[in-house]
Design a protein around this ligand. Structure first.
Ligand code: UD1
Ligand code: MG
Length: 446
C-alpha cells in the first residue's frame, strides 16, 4: 500500500430524481443504515487524513448523517467534476492520493479501494472498473493498447461501437492531489447532459502525457450504483447476503437464511437459532443459545442467553429480555425489562414496565401504560402470577409473589404475596339456560 497521505471525497449532492422521492438519494436506507453511512463506514476503514462529503443545498438530514466529517455544499448541481470542484476549498494544498467515491455506490469494500490506490502507483489517476454483461447506463472505459486508459465515454455520449464496450466506470477514482485542481480547471461541459464530468479527467491528464490505470473489481455486485428503487432493492439483496453469510460464519444457525432480514448492526452470540421469516430492525443483540422463532419482528432490543422468542413476537425499542425468558405468539414488548425466566407466552402487551424474575404474565394480560397524554410505569416484582385478561393500569406496583386474579383491572398497588381480585363475582343461576331455550323454541313455533 502507498504511503501517500490519503484524502477521500464522497459525491452526494445529487437529488436522485430517478428515485422519485423527496429524500436525497443517499439517505435511502440499506439494512436500516442510510446509503451514505455505508460509504462512510468503508471510507473510515481506510483511516484517511480527511473525509469530505459534497452535498446539495438544503440537505440538513444528510449533513447530520455525515458528522463528524466535513460537508461542503455544491450550490449548483452541474456534474461530478463540478462536485469535486466544490470540495477544492476544503482540499487546499492537498498532496498524495485523493480518492473520489460516489455516494450512490455504497458497497465498495475497503479492500477494493486499497486496490484502486495501489493501481495509481506513479500514474496520475486510477479508475475502478468492472465488467458487466449489461453495461448500459454506465460510462465506458476506452482502453489503449498498452492497457492504460485512453478516455471514459458516458453512455449518452457514446457511439454505437463504444456502447459495445463491456468494461465500465464504477465511479471511484484515485487522483494525484497535486494535479487535481489544474485538471479540474480544464473540464468542459460540451456533452449530452451539459454537465462537468469527472470522467473527462483521464483524457485531460493524457494530454499532459500522464497515464491513467484501471483497477478491475472481481465482484461487480460490490460496485453497482443506485439510480432507482430497483437498483436499491438489488443492493439490499447483495448486502443482506453479505450480512447473513457473516452471521452464519460466526456460528448462527438459520433454517432458511434468505427469508431473514438483518440490520447493519445486528449482533449475535454463537449458538443463536433463527427460524424463517424474522426481521431484525436496528439495534438488536441476541445472547448465546437463544432462539428467535418464525415471523418475529425485533428492533432496538437486547436479548439474554437461552431465551425463546416468538413465533409472531414483536419486540419494540427498549425491550430488555433477560436470560431464559419465554416470549410467545402475539406478544408485544416495548421499553421494558423482563427478568430472568419470566414467561409471557401468548397475546400480551407489556410497555414501560420493570418485570422481575420468574413472573408468569398470562394470555390477554396487558399493561395500560398510556392515559391519552402521558406514559406511566408498571413495576412487577419477582415470582408474580398475572392471570389472563388482566389490565395493570399504570402507574402501579405489584409486590413480589403477588397473585392477580384473571380478568382483574388493577388500579392500585398490590403488596407482596397478596391476592388482588378486581371483577364482579360470578353469578350462577341453576336451570336458567334450559328454560331460556324452551321459551325461545316455543316462540319460533308460533
Ligand atoms: C456516474 C459516472 C459514470 C459511472 C456511474 C457509476 C459521471 C459523469 N458518470 O454516472 O461514468 O459509470 O456513475 O455509477 O461521473 N453528484 C454530485 N453532484 C453532481 C452530480 C452528481 O454530487 O452535480 C453525485 C450524485 O449524488 C451521485 C454521484 O455523484 O452520488 C453520481 O451521480 P449520478 O448522476 O448518479 O451519475 P451516473 O449517471 O450514475
Ligand atoms: Mg449513479
Amino acid at each position: 500500500m502507498n504511503k501517500n497521505p490519503l484524502t477521500i471525497v464522497i459525491l452526494a449532492a445529487g437529488k436522485g430524481t430517478r428515485m422519485k422521492s423527496n429524500m436525497p438519494k443517499v439517505m435511502h436506507r440499506l439494512a436500516y443504515l442510510p446509503m451514505i453511512g455505508w460509504v462512510l463506514k468503508n471510507a473510515e476503514a481506510l483511516k484517511p487524513k480527511k473525509i469530505i462529503v459534497v452535498v446539495g443545498p438544503d440537505m440538513p438530514a444528510l449533513e447530520a448523517a455525515c458528522k463528524p466529517h466535513t460537508c461542503v455544499v455544491q450550490a449548483v448541481r452541474n456534474g461530478t467534476a463540478g462536485a469535486v470542484k466544490a470540495a477544492l476549498p476544503a482540499l487546499k494544498n492537498v498532496k498524495g492520493d485523493v480518492v473520489v467515491l460516489l455516494g450512490d455506490t455504497p458497497l465498495v469494500t475497503p479492500q477494493t479501494i486499497k486496490g484502486l490506490i495501489k493501481a495509481r502507483g506513479k500514474a496520475g489517476i486510477s479508475v475502478l472498473g468492472m465488467r458487466l454483461s449489461d453495461p448500459s447506463g454506465y460510462g465506458r472505459l476506452v482502453m489503449n493498447k498498452d492497457g492504460s486508459l485512453q478516455k471514459i465515454v458516458e453512455h449518452k455520449d457514446a457511439s454505437a461501437a463504444e456502447r459495445k464496450i463491456d468494461t465500465v466506470n464504477t465511479g471511484a477514482f484515485c487522483i494525484d492531489g497535486a494535479s487535481l485542481e489544474r485538471w479540474l480547471g480544464k473540464v468542459k461541459n460540451n456533452n449530452a447532459q451539459k454537465e462537468y464530468y469527472i470522467t473527462d479527467l483521464p483524457e485531460i491528464a493524457a494530454r499532459e502525457g500522464v497515464a491513467t490505470h484501471v483497477a478491475l473489481t472481481a465482484d461487480p455486485d460490490e460496485v453497482k450504483g443506485c439510480n432507482s428503487h430497483s437498483d436499491l432493492a438489488a443492493l439490499e439483496a447483495t448486502l443482506q447476503d453479505r450480512l447473513r453469510t457473516q452471521a452464519l460464519q460466526s456460528g448462527v444457525c438459520m433454517h432458511h437464511p434468505s427469508s431473514v432480514f438483518l440490520a447493519h448492526d445486528t449482533k449475535f452470540a454463537p449458538g443463536v437459532v433463527i427460524e424463517p421469516h424474522v426481521v431484525f430492525g436496528p439495534g438488536v443483540s441476541v445472547g448465546e443459545g437463544s432462539t428467535i422463532k418464525a415471523f418475529s419482528h425485533l428492533e432496538d432490543t437486547k436479548i439474554g442467553k437461552e431465551a425463546s422468542i416468538g413465533p409472531f413476537a414483536r419486540l419494540r425499542p427498549g425491550a430488555d429480555i433477560g436470560d431464559a425468558v419465554r416470549i410467545g405468539n402475539f406478544v408485544e414488548v416495548k421499553k421494558s425489562k423482563i427478568g430472568k425466566g419470566s414467561k409471557i407466552n401468548h397475546l400480551a402487551y407489556v410497555g414501560d414496565t420493570d418485570m422481575g424474575a420468574d413472573v408468569n404474565f398470562s394470555a390477554g394480560a396487558i399493561t395500560v401504560n398510556y392515559d391519552g397524554f402521558d406514559k406511566h410505569k408498571t413495576k412487577i416484582g419477582k415470582g408474580v402470577m398475572v392471570g389472563s385478561n388482566v389490565n395493570l393500569v399504570a402507574p402501579v406496583k405489584i409486590g413480589d409473589g403477588a397473585f392477580i386474579a384473571a380478568g382483574s383491572t388493577i388500579t392500585k398497588d398490590v403488596p407482596k404475596d397478596a391476592l388482588a381480585v378486581a371483577r364482579d363475582a360470578a353469578k350462577v343461576i341453576k336451570g336458567w339456560a334450559a328454560s331460556y331455550r324452551k321459551k325461545k323454541s316455543k316462540a319460533k313455533k308460533k
